[in-house]
Design a protein around this ligand. Structure first.
Ligand SMILES: [Zn+2]
Length: 93
C-alpha cells in the first residue's frame, strides 16, 4: 500500500482556519482545498516552497509550536510571507 507510512501526516487535523473574505461560498471551498493541499505538502516536507493558498502572492513559511500538556502533538503554523494569510495544523509529534 504505497504511501501508508505517510498516512498520519496526510490525515493531520486542521484545527483552525482564518478566512478574511467570506463573501463567496465557492471561493471558501476552493481556498480550503488549497490549504489542505498545502498542508499535505508541508506535513511531508516543512521546507517545501508552497504558494499562498489565499492569493498566490507569496510562499508559506512554517513554524512549529509545542502545545502545553500535550507532548504527543504540536501545532504547525502556515503563514504567507506576503499577505499574512495563515492556518494551523495539529501534528503528531
Ligand atoms: Zn498570500
Amino acid at each position: 500500500m504505497p504511501g501508508w507510512c505517510c498516512a498520519w501526516a496526510i490525515q493531520s487535523i486542521w484545527i483552525g482556519q482564518a478566512f478574511e473574505k467570506s463573501d463567496n461560498a465557492t471561493m471558501i471551498s476552493e481556498t480550503s482545498k488549497a490549504w489542505i493541499q498545502a498542508g499535505k505538502l508541508l506535513a511531508e516536507n516543512p521546507a517545501a516552497q508552497v504558494r499562498c493558498p489565499e492569493k498566490g502572492d507569496g510562499f508559506l513559511t512554517v513554524h512549529d509550536e509545542a502545545i502545553s500538556g500535550q507532548p504527543t502533538r504540536f501545532e504547525r503554523y502556515l503563514v504567507c510571507d506576503v499577505c499574512g494569510a495563515r492556518n494551523v495544523m495539529l501534528m503528531p509529534a
